[in-house]
Every structure is written in C-alpha cells, then in structure tokens.
Design a protein. Structure first.
Length: 542
C-alpha cells in the first residue's frame, strides 16, 4: 500500500512536466472536437457563489449555496489536507480493478480511438451527517462511445420506489425480517460484449509504456452499457437460485422455501432482503456473496436517502428523509426562513401570464436556480413526501419560462418543508398471520385548476397498513367538461395504479382481493358503478 501511494506522488510530480501538460491539452482538444461542446477547465482556486445568483432586492436570501468541497482532479486530491484519506481509496479501487481483470494493457488498433477516463472523489456520509468513508472511483468517459461499435442496448431496470415502500409496509405488518446488502464494484461483475479502449488511469500509468491503452473486459463505471450488463448478470444468477421474478417489477424477486418465504428487491447496487426466517435470509446472503463481492449491512436502516426507523415491539416503522430535506434547505439557503403550514395556500393560481413580459425581467429570472430547486423537491416528493406532490406537479409546468410568482411559490414549498422536516411515512402492524393485504385508495381532482389549458389535475394515493405506498398528482390529458367527468377520469387513473399493485401482490405470493377507491363526487361514483349515461356524459367512450 505504501509503495502504491508513493507511486501516485511520483507520477503526479512527472505530470507537472511540459510533456504531461501537452498530453492533457491534446486530450481536451480531441474531446472538444468530438463533442462540439465547450470544455470548462477546473482550477484549484476557492469556488464562490457568483453574484448573478443573488440579484439585490429579490431572492438574495434564497440563493444557491455551493458547499461541496470534494476534489475535482487527482492533483487536488493528493495535495489536499486529506491526501492520505483520498490516496487509500484510489489504491483500493485499482486493486479491485486488477482483481477482477477489468482490462488488458495493449496497443491501440488502427482506426480505433481510445476514450478518456476520470477519477471521481466523494465523501460518503452516514445518517447523522458525519463522514463515513472516502470514496474514489475510476470512470470511463462514456459520452464519447460510438453507437453501434462500442455500445448497443443500454436500458436497465431499477426497482420502483413504490415496490420498496410496499415491502417495508408488509415487513412491519407481518413482523418480518428486513436486511440490507450493498454490492461492491457493482458494474465490474458485468461482462462486455463490445471492444472498448480507454486511456490508462492517471496516477497509475505503466512506466515506459504511456502510449499503450486499456482494452476493457468488464463494464466499468461510465460505460454506457454497464448498468444493463450488471442487471443481466444478477438476474441470471438469482433466477438460477430458484427465485421468481415479479411481473409488475422486474427488480423484485420472491422464493418459497417450505413454510418460509423471502423477497429480494434490487436498486442498482442497493439490495433489500425481506423474509419470515433469518436462516433463509442468511443462506441467500451467503449464495450472493459467493458470486458477487457484497457488503452485509445488517438490518436495513438507510436506503436511497431514506431513513428507516423501526419499533418492533410496538409494530411500527417510519420512513423519512430528514437529512435530505435539511441538506436541500441548506443548499438553497432556506434553513433560516420562517416556516409555513401549507405548501400552496388556497386561492393561489399560477399561470403562464405571470411569466416575464420584458427583457429585463427575463434576464433577472434566468439566474434563478428554478429547475434545480424543483428537481430537489421532486426527489423528496417521490420518496416520502406525498404532501407536496400537488405543489411540485404544479411548479414543474413552468420550467422553460418562469416568473417571480413561480419562484416565490417554490420558496414557499421550501419554507413548508422547513417546518416539517420530521414528517414521513408511518406503517403499522396488523393482527393475524395470513398473507392478505388490504389496499385502500383515495382519489380527487382539481377541476380546471390549470388556467393555461383549462385542464384539471388528477390526484390519488394508496394506503397500506396505515401509510402511503403510492401516489400521483398529474394534469389530465383531456379537458373535463364537469367535476363529474374530472373525478371519473382520476378514478380511471387510480384504477390503472390499483391493477399494478394487485399484480405486484400476486407476483410475490400475497393476496389482494379488492382495492377500494374512495371518491367524494356521488355522480362519478354512480357512473363508475353503473353504465348509465345522460346527455352530459354520453360523449365519454374510452
């Protein structure tokens, strides 16, 4: 290990020579020519918030703050105060790549180009917000791969968040075991079918053979088809173990072993194992570890930014994103603002008419981090915060052209989150040992809530064992002529979601007989129950 660290230092000293600078300049020039985009050269100077993000007298209290101090380049990493902490994961990454025989050092074939490579550095934090480990990852610059030669199909499924919430709800309902595993060097388990050549990693160039390249054998990070290759490898192996894939979610697997059962849900490299017998779970863990390089995380307590807290004695489980919410509040400088009780108050109507009318207003609003803010809110919404689904859906309609009212509403949603950081989902236990679930849905529609297109907004939520597992707030595709028709359409959307939930239940051996939908409009209920139409609804066909 010490020799490897000294090697990095020596090679970086050599990198300061003129020949290295010329090589880097040549690589940048090639990338500019291939991508036809401007390459921004990073420097080691302190990064400060540009003044244009905080125009005076408008949103200076809500400006976007840059707090990420992770190094950008290898030179920054090895020259930083934490240089030893960054060098160690670099060496570990290279050891892992060598162990998996990720590439062969060869001469570049004629008429072939080698793609670039880059080191990525990231501090990994635990639930309390403390630095847990330093991570260094070598990635290939996949954007320069040539379609048809260096990659073909690249799609790879991941588990739906609804599936994860569904499994966590039945964990507490049936008092099941839930364990978590993490796949180390995930993409290295996939085998490439195409020939890809990459420049040698910075800091680990073979001495005297700088002109040689790496012929990639494994699906490295950054390679376009890496996620697909990993999923195919995992899917093939787990089906060989006797698991059955769910028809509703191709990343959810189930297996029956006598009176015991186990479910496995995969989200790229994060894995949850749910079952009613710990010995069966341990056996599956052993089988997976024998095939892949895995890390056993024990009982699940944190996944995809969601904090899992379980009170097994009282049969309750909480799912929230307190740390994530506090992070985005800090990022957008909202943590010191006054909280509000609702995301969007009654009577607030947003429209395109509130967009800038003059060039000066457009210039002012062009510096607002609107898309980043709405995107940050959206991740909280899709994971654990259905209470802001309607607000986020409304705000996302004005991404391309926004006005001051839209930005003010975004800040109000942040202020609502500031007062509700501890909010989350709570699932509760049930009596009985049978594997029967009872999904309960609620539907509603905001009739003609969209002033620009005179359309209504559909909204529904499905609860299971006390907590929400699936929700949606979306503008309707058609113009509803009445509240009856608007509610009828949202009931149709919810019915589609209920069919998927029933399929998910049946795919893992659970019984869901009838999904109940509650609607507040009697006329829509009667029309759904009976095929009776009058003059105001006879235009409804499909």
């Amino acid at each position: 290990m010490k020799d490897e660290l000294e090697k990095i230092e020596l090679e970086l000293d050599d990198a300061k020579s003129k020949s290295y600078e010329e090589e880097e300049a040549e690589e940048v020039a090639v990338e500019e020519e291939e991508t036809h985009t401007l390459v921004l050269m990073r420097s080691v100077r302190d990064r400060r918030q540009p003044e244009r993000y905080s125009p005076p007298g408008f949103h200076s209290n809500f400006s976007l703050s840059i707090t990420d101090d992770d190094p950008i380049t290898v030179r920054e990493a090895v020259n930083s105060e934490d240089s030893k902490l960054w060098k160690k994961p670099m060496v570990e990454e290279m050891d892992s790549l060598d162990k998996n025989e990720s590439w062969d050092i060869v001469e570049l074939l004629a008429r072939r180009k080698s793609v670039g490579r880059k080191w990525l550095f990231k501090k990994k934090f635990n639930v309390e917000g403390k630095v847990e480990k330093y991570k260094a990852r070598l990635v290939e610059k996949g954007y320069s791969q040539v379609e048809g030669i260096e990659f073909g199909e690249i799609f790879s499924p991941v588990a739906k968040l609804t599936s994860i919430r569904f499994l966590l709800s039945i964990v507490v309902a049936f008092d099941l075991e839930v364990e978590q595993m993490d796949v180390k060097t995930t993409f290295l388990h996939g085998d490439l079918e195409e020939e890809i050549y990459m420049k040698q990693p910075e800091g680990f160039v073979v001495k005297g053979n700088k002109e040689l390249v790496c012929k990639i054998n494994k699906s490295l990070c950054g390679v376009k088809q890496s996620p697909r290759m990993w999923y195919q490898k995992f899917d093939t192996y787990i089906l060989r173990l006797g698991f059955v894939i769910s028809r509703a979610d191709h990343c959810v697997y189930s297996k029956q072993v006598g009176n015991h059962f186990i479910y496995v849900v995969l989200y790229v490299d994060d894995m949850l194992l749910v079952g009613n017998n710990m010995d069966v779970i341990k056996e599956v863990k052993s089988q997976l570890s024998s095939k892949f390089d895995m890390k056993d995380l024990g009982a699940a307590n944190f996944i995809l930014g969601m904090d899992i807290k379980r009170d097994r004695a009282n049969r309750k489980l909480w799912l929230n994103q307190r740390k994530y919410v506090e992070t985005i509040l800090q990022r957008f400088n909202i943590h010191g603002s006054k909280p509000v009780k609702v995301p969007i108050p009654i009577g607030v109507n947003l429209s395109a008419d509130q967009c800038p009318k003059i060039q000066e207003e457009e210039e002012d609003m062009s510096h607002v981090p609107y898309a980043s803010a709405v995107g940050s809110l959206m991740y909280a919404m899709v994971c654990t915060r259905p209470d802001i689904a309607h607000a986020v859906g409304f705000l996302s309609r004005y991404m391309s052209k926004l006005g001051k009212e839209h930005w003010t509403t975004v800040k109000r949603v942040f202020r609502y989150l500031h007062g509700t950081t501890s909010y989350g989902l709570c699932y509760q236990g049930r009596s009985g040992l049978d594997r029967v679930v009872d999904i309960h849905g609620f539907v509603d529609a905001d009739w003609v809530g969209d002033l620009d297109h005179i359309r209504s907004t559909s909204g529904y939520v499905f609860n299971l064992f006390g907590g929400a597992i699936s929700w949606m707030s979306k503008i309707q595709a058609l113009v509803a002529l009445s509240t009856t028709e608007a509610e009828y359409m949202v009931a149709t959307h919810a019915s589609q979601g209920s069919i998927w939930l029933q399929r998910l239940c049946s795919g893992i051996g659970l019984v869901q007989q009838v999904v109940r939908l509650d609607c507040e409009i009697q006329s829509a209920i009667f029309m759904a129950k009976n095929p009776a139409y009058d003059s105001k609804t006879n235009h409804i066909d499909v």
